[in-house]
Design a protein around this ligand. Structure first.
Ligand SMILES: [Zn+2]
Length: 530
């Protein structure tokens, strides 16, 4: 038994079946009813939003012998011919493969002959932005003085590439991205017709994954049905076929990260990979999830930007309230860096693991970006006069996260009474590095032995690890504490230690010459706080 793709089988044959573009359908029907049809139309919008479908129904309607309320009857010879693709009156051209002057000249010659039967010759030029400049000029001549029986419908996903001379001759219609609700509604309707049992949640996931395109939604659903032919299509099936991860997993992951549960986060990742989920897809989806949280925090009315169901929004809002905005931005930065690295990486899993560890351990974030962010916030605080009136930690959402972190890092009273290290003390630490490391646990000691040591200004020592894996291991609160205590014990000096990976350190070395000055300022501020 042959299987017809849903997208072909259920291509709308009348205006009423086209979903999500009611504003366009109504206008076109009114024009047909009033017999005031234009000669050039431009249909713009992302793929799969119904541009060519509406163009074909429109072609049928203007040629229909018994149109009803502006819609084609579907029964007359003309409607049947067009539906079967045999009509001489509907000419479809794909400009992607016919983009030259000669292709358009052919049309111009043809246009000279009136239709043998029916009222209108309708030229549908798809992907019209692909036409060459010469072809556009040739087309313009026809658009300037079209015969009364010709209608041009130009369809494009990239309206900004169409010359203004062409635009000014067309009635323009902008096709909207179709909402998740609308797509889901249509999919349920079709599944009922097809008598395929499918879970509501599965439909919703497909609708969301289609990103506003009905055509994509239908072909995704096709893939899933083909895979589980004859079975009920469940949410889990859909995730499996599409290699995707349930949003609930993201929520679990976030909660583990927030509670600094490294083991839990890594186990969850292991579970996903064990189930055959695509690591790259996970990174992309998780970044989007974080982005949605950030949007929810930043504004009140962003339903359109999110395009997710109301039930999911409620859940997201709850999660958004658990994270500070500054924290979220850092998460997004780490994960979007990761998504560009991961594409060509062989060890995708390790890269994700390192990123997750970074997220779980905010105190590890001591690179230029996060320091710069902290400095910027400090400057703002100083301007606002917070030094005079110390802020309560919860007062400012953005700053609270790092305040929390910096309070952990700022010296306790006992430590503060120790003499602050001067640059020559840093040098002394570097010279006695191997002696200092004696007595540290084996793994930590071995990793630190091969590190490169660089004075980073003030009382800070940069410890550059060979790679990110070693960095991730050393750069934990516990290990840093162990190391700094060890240095104190051996030298009597309290110094700040910064752990970084070699690649990251090299990339970050060039920026802002004022960097050191800012660091000193931060140290002053923290003393003021203590
Ligand atoms: Zn008809």
């Amino acid at each position: 038994m042959s299987y017809t793709a849903l997208y072909r089988k259920f291509r709308p044959q009348e205006f009423e079946d086209v979903k999500g573009q009611e504003h366009i359908v109504t206008t076109l029907k009114n024009q047909i009813k009033a017999d005031r049809v234009g000669h050039a139309y431009l249909f713009c919008g992302t793929r799969g939003t119904g541009k060519t479908t509406i163009a074909k129904i429109f072609a049928k309607a203007v040629n229909c012998q018994e149109p009803r309320e502006g819609s084609p009857c579907g029964d007359c010879p003309s409607c049947r011919e067009i539906a079967a693709g045999n009509s001489m009156n509907v000419i479809e051209i794909d400009a992607a493969s016919n983009n030259g002057v000669d292709n358009i000249r052919e049309i111009r010659e043809e246009v000279a002959y009136s239709p043998t039967k029916g009222k209108y010759k309708v030229y549908i030029i798809d992907e019209v932005h692909m036409l060459s400049m010469g072809a556009f000029n040739a087309l313009l001549k026809t658009l300037e003085e079209p015969p009364s029986y010709v209608i041009f419908i130009l369809a494009t996903t990239e309206a900004h590439k169409i010359p203004i001379t062409i635009l000014s001759r067309c009635q323009r219609y902008d096709f909207k991205r179709i909402t998740v609700e609308t797509i889901a509604g249509r999919l349920s309707e079709l599944m009922e017709k097809e008598q395929v049992a499918v879970e509501d949640k599965a439909i919703r996931y497909v609708a969301r994954a289609a990103d506003g395109s009905m055509r994509d939604a239908l072909s995704l659903l096709d893939q899933c049905i083909a895979f589980y032919l004859g079975e009920t299509l469940t949410y889990d099936h859909v995730l499996e076929v599409l290699g995707a991860v349930d949003t609930e997993v993201f929520s679990q992951m976030l909660r583990r990260i927030l509670s600094q549960d490294v083991t839990g986060a890594l186990l969850l990742l292991e579970e996903l990979i064990g189930k055959g989920r695509e690591p790259g897809q996970f990174v992309v989806d998780f970044t989007w999830y974080l982005r949605n949280l950030l949007l929810l925090q930043s504004t009140e009315n962003i339903e359109d930007a999110l395009d997710i169901s109301t039930e999911n929004q409620k859940l997201l809002r709850e999660e958004a309230s658990m994270v500070e905005m500054g924290q979220l931005m850092r998460y997004i930065r780490i994960f979007s860096e990761l998504s560009s690295q991961i594409r060509y990486a062989v060890q995708k899993r390790i890269l994700i693991e390192v990123a997750l560890i970074k997220l779980c351990k905010p105190q590890m974030e001591r690179d230029y970006d996060s320091l710069a962010q902290r400095v910027a916030q400090l400057e703002q605080k100083v301007e606002e006069g917070v030094l005079v009136q110390p802020a309560s930690p919860a007062e400012d959402t953005g700053a609270a996260a790092w305040q929390e972190a910096s309070r952990k890092q700022s010296p306790t009273e006992e430590e503060a009474s120790l003499v602050q290290a001067a640059p020559e003390d840093i040098r002394q630490v570097i010279e006695n590095w191997n002696t200092i490391l004696e007595g540290l646990p084996g793994g930590l000691k071995n990793f630190l032995k091969t590190a490169e040591l660089i004075p980073a200004g003030g009382n800070t020592l940069s410890v550059i690890m060979e790679n990110e894996v070693k960095e991730a291991f050393v750069n934990t609160e516990a290990h840093i504490k162990e190391l700094t205590e060890r240095i104190q014990e051996k030298t009597g000096k309290s110094i700040e230690v910064q752990i970084r990976a070699r690649e990251a350190a090299a990339a970050k070395r060039k920026p802002n010459p004022d960097f050191k000055g800012h660091i000193n300022m931060e140290v002053t501020f923290e003393d003021g706080m203590g």
